[in-house]
Design a binder for this molecule. Structure first.
Ligand SMILES: Nc1nc2c(ncn2[C@@H]2O[C@H](COP(=O)(O)OP(=O)(O)OP(=O)(O)O)[C@@H](O)[C@H]2O)c(=O)[nH]1
Ligand SMILES: [Mg+2]
Length: 291
């Protein structure tokens, strides 16, 4: 992970241990887990321990920010997770797109539990879901959207999880936000880059140009047509990414005194426009093997 990322995030072993413990304790109180991933980077936005931590619970994977991701890739990821026994949905928690499928999916995933509750004479017993995700994946947006603005704190629980906030979202479902703060796979430098590209980690001014250059290398190799379209540039297939950055700056008339290209301004523009979806729907991590 880049130094900037380390400085910004600062996950300490103590925090990690605390989050592990809080999640383990809270899992005893839930029927299923909803994991929120950023559809543009389904690998880098996933906590490396979450599968083993939540192994015993039914899983619903939400590919959030699907509005910014390549729909072909998102479909492949959904198939990938479904083939491995999880339910999966693509959603946009900013507009609410796709969220109408969430409650029916929960009831389907937990149909055995619902039947058991009925048999025990508790037909209306709430289904409890823990929402997990690393920072910035959209957990709060999801919970707020599901609650349609009427966030309701249900109760505090005794013991370790006394600070847990439960949210009633209707349809007999209650949700719990991630207890603690989940970390990404931060020992992998590529993960740091991708979180920075997508804005999951704030880049520091000094790193912006490096970041834009790395991003342009990925775009040149994977989405050249989108670069060509947005920046009206051609003939960059065999160019170094820094040269592409200069081409963009020149096209945009971003110059500093002496006619030199303002590559810093061009860097900020490229990254901002990617994060804002202006380069189109782009996924940076695809399913690797055929399933
Ligand atoms: N385009 C787009 N933006 C989204 C979507 N969901 C969330 N966002 C944006 O992503 C950013 C992070 O969303 P939050 O809901 O605060 O994420 P969080 O997981 O609660 O973040 P932390 O509380 O920091 O852990 C915000 O700027 C949201 O507006 C989505 O589906 N599409
Ligand atoms: Mg939040």
């Amino acid at each position: 992970m880049a130094d900037s990322v380390k400085q910004t995030v600062q996950w300490f072993p103590g925090h990690m241990a605390k989050t592990r413990r809080l999640i383990k304790e809270s899992l005893k109180q839930v029927d299923a887990v909803t994991m929120i991933l950023d559809a543009r980077i389904p690998e880098s936005s996933k906590n490396p321990e979450i599968d083993s931590l939540t192994r015993d619970k039914p899983k619903i994977i939400l590919f959030n920010k699907a509005d910014l991701a390549d729909s072909r890739a998102t479909r492949q990821w959904i198939e990938y997770y479904e083939a491995r026994g999880s339910a999966a949905l693509e959603v946009d928690c900013r507009s609410g797109n796709g969220l109408n499928k969430f409650r029916p999916l929960v009831r389907d995933v937990l149909k055995d539990k619902i039947r058991q509750n009925e048999e025990k004479g508790m037909p209306g017993k709430a289904l409890r879901i823990m929402v997990v995700g690393i920072p910035n994946t959209g957990k709060s947006s999801f919970i707020n959207r599901m609650g349609a603005g009427s966030k309701a704190k249900v109760e505090d629980r005794a013991g370790v999880t006394k600070n847990n906030q439960w949210f009633v979202i209707g349809g007999g479902i209650e949700m719990l936000d991630t207890p603690g703060v989940l970390w990404p796979k931060f020992e992998d430098p590529e993960v740091g880059d991708k979180l920075a590209f997508t804005g999951g980690i704030k880049d520091q001014i000094l790193d912006t140009e490096t970041l834009a250059v790395r991003f342009l290398a990925v775009m040149r190799d994977n989405y050249p047509e989108k670069l060509a379209e947005r920046y009206k540039i051609t003939g960059f297939a065999d160019k170094e990414p820094y040269e592409i950055l200069e081409m963009i700056g020149r096209k945009r008339g971003m110059l500093i005194s002496g006619g030199e290209i303002d590559t810093m301004r061009a860097s900020v523009a490229v990254l901002d426009e990617y994060r804002g979806g202006k380069l189109g729907r782009i996924t940076l991590e695809w399913v690797k093997n055929d399933i």
